[in-house]
Unconditional design. Structure first.
Length: 134
């Protein structure tokens, strides 16, 4: 794992959350992106070498909608940048971690992503991120 890439925060209303985090961080978000496969709209703020990702559900079937319904708004996941996501996924499986997907999938911010089940990581949903080189 190279570094903390971002912290994902589930929000009910992306517009008001963008306003709140603009006030909190003293800067505007630099990107908004819809990830249709995950039924979310994301917004990113840069904070030093890491980012804050705000996530708003676009469908009641979204994992973010279910998370908010069960737990309310708040930290949804932490993401770590990796050099080679497939190698890291294999390493984690060998270490006994349970992954939520068998293969990396395309995520927001031009990344390949994979999630580690929270039951394998002390209740924390962990995301692995690899930049897609195009």
């Amino acid at each position: 794992m190279i570094r903390l890439e971002h912290i994902g925060i589930a929000v009910k209303d992306l517009k008001s959350a963008n306003t709140l985090y603009k006030q909190l961080l003293g800067k505007r978000h630099y990107k908004t992106e819809e990830v249709a496969s995950e039924h979310v709209i994301t917004s990113f703020f840069k904070t030093g070498q890491s980012k804050i990702e705000l996530l708003e559900a676009t469908s009641p079937e979204s994992a973010i909608a279910r998370f908010i319904e069960k737990r309310g708004e708040g930290i949804h996941h932490i993401a770590f940048e990796v050099e080679d996501i497939e190698v890291e996924m294999e390493r984690l499986k060998e270490e006994g971690f349970r992954l939520l997907n068998e293969k990396p999938k395309r995520g927001a911010d031009n990344k390949l992503v994979c999630f580690v089940h929270p039951k394998s990581a002390n209740g924390v949903l962990v995301e692995l991120c690899q930049s897609i080189k195009e």
